[in-house]
Ligand binder design. Structure first.
Ligand code: HEM
Length: 396
């Protein structure tokens, strides 16, 4: 029988919560396995076990209600919903299969070569600069170059992808003055994205062309192919920038871990994996109940939104030993930083590759990596990341 409702007045989108999410996650975990957040009238799950369960139970916890706070069963989205992230089976299987097939070992190996050239050149450019603002000078330039190159986009006004990413992930949170201001650019940016996703705007070698080739083969329609390219542009840039930025920050804040990586640069992939658990871009996902149901002793209504805190699952002491310690040698066996279940990040092997190549080049070519003053957080509610990260650097 359902018990009395467990409630909290915590606001996961507030500035104070976002400034120190991990302390707040611990407070939520102490309350129970599922909690009602009064401010938004939504549920939240915060333990590894329930996060995993909700993400894998797509029959009861749907994606069709939207990837953010807006409930598509009750309100309209500002853009056409994603045809991969915001749909359930059987529709989901068809679109997902097209994207899954892109990341073959051969395709990843080809990407690796291009990524390495870019990462090494980037490190050489900044190594003797003394002091840098690491987000704009070290972190952003890497995904902003290698990702659109891999998709097959022309080298034009790629910075607009950051504005678009801000709108997509900003749209996952509540409507704030910051978001309304950003959305004044929506007509211009939507038109730009739309044009960039056209087949004629993409070269013949990239991931974009491969998606259109799947449409030629009848696996999806050509209109769907365009929306799948859009999904890449939505999900492929800010996520990687923020995750790499937070990992650079974690290394700069933990000199002994930075030394360990320098001594053995082959730990680069493990370091990025640990950062994806410890402090990563994707902290929160959403699901919506398909029907009224009882879960962990609480009574959920039909079409209730459920906030799924994967960032909290990464710090759950029931699963991780000393979860608040950043340890690049940790064996990660229960990663949920890329989600899990049928919607688990379709490009996680590419994201890991970007991280591995970036941190290997950093460890091999940079000596000093020290914070010079406080970093600033980004405001985008759907993602965690840094706006600025002042660092002192030297060549190795
Ligand atoms: C470090 C970087 C990244 C992180 C942390 C990340 C995280 C995630 C997470 C947590 C999900 C699951 C969403 C959910 O279940 O609601 C997801 C899905 C997805 N990601 Fe990523 N992602 C990253 C990079 C990328 C890149 C580079 C791309 C594109 C090339 C991408 C494309 C996608 C797509 C299309 C989905 C939807 C998959 C589906 O619904 O089946 N992601 N990602």
């Amino acid at each position: 029988m359902a018990q009395q409702r467990i409630t909290s007045d915590l606001d996961p989108f507030s500035e104070s919560f976002r400034a120190d999410p991990y302390a707040h996650y611990a407070q939520l975990r102490a309350l129970g396995p599922i909690v009602w957040l009064e401010k938004y009238g939504i549920w939240v799950v915060q333990h590894h076990a329930q996060v995993k369960e909700v993400l894998t139970d797509f029959k009861r916890f749907s994606n069709a209600g939207g990837g953010g706070l807006t409930n598509y069963f009750k309100e309209k989205s500002w853009r056409k919903p994603s045809i991969i992230l915001e749909v359930d089976p059987p529709e989901h299987e068809r679109t997902r299969r097209v994207l899954m097939r892109l990341f073959t070992p051969g395709a990843l190996q080809k990407m690796r070569v291009g990524f390495q050239v870019e990462a090494n050149a980037l490190m050489d450019r900044i190594a003797d600069r003394g002091e840098i603002e690491a987000i704009s000078e070290l972190v952003q330039p890497f995904p902003l170059k290698v990702f659109p190159d891999a998709v097959g986009m022309p080298p034009l006004d790629r910075d607009k992808m950051l504005v678009y990413g801000g709108m997509v992930f900003g749209g996952f949170g509540p409507r704030t003055a910051w978001y309304e201001k950003l959305m004044e650019q929506a007509p211009e940016i939507s038109a730009w994205v739309d044009a960039r996703c056209e087949r004629s705007a993409l070269n013949d070698e990239g991931l974009g062309a491969a998606i259109y080739a799947a449409a030629d083969a009848g696996q999806v329609t050509h209109d769907e192919a365009k929306l799948l390219v859009r999904s890449f542009l939505s999900a492929g840039v800010d996520t990687t920038i923020d995750s790499i930025g937070l990992c650079v920050n974690a290394l700069a804040q933990h000199p002994e871990q930075w030394r360990a990586l320098q001594e053995d640069p082959s730990l680069a992939r493990a370091a990025f994996e640990e950062a994806t658990r410890y402090d990563s871009s994707s902290q929160s996902l959403f699901r919506t109940t398909t029907e009224a149901l009882e879960y962990e002793g609480q009574q959920l209504g039909k079409h209730d939104k459920v906030l799924v805190l994967i960032g909290s699952a990464g710090r759950d002491p029931a699963v991780w030993e000393e979860p608040d310690r950043f340890d690049i040698r940790r064996r990660i066996t229960a990663q949920v930083g890329y989600g899990t279940g049928i919607h688990g990040c379709v490009a996680q092997m590419m994201a890991r590759l970007e991280g591995e190549v970036f941190f290997r080049a950093l460890a091999e070519r940079i000596g000093r990596l020290e914070p010079t003053s406080a970093s600033q957080l980004r405001l985008t509610p759907g993602l965690r990341g840094l706006l600025t990260l002042p660092l002192a650097v030297s060549p190795r």
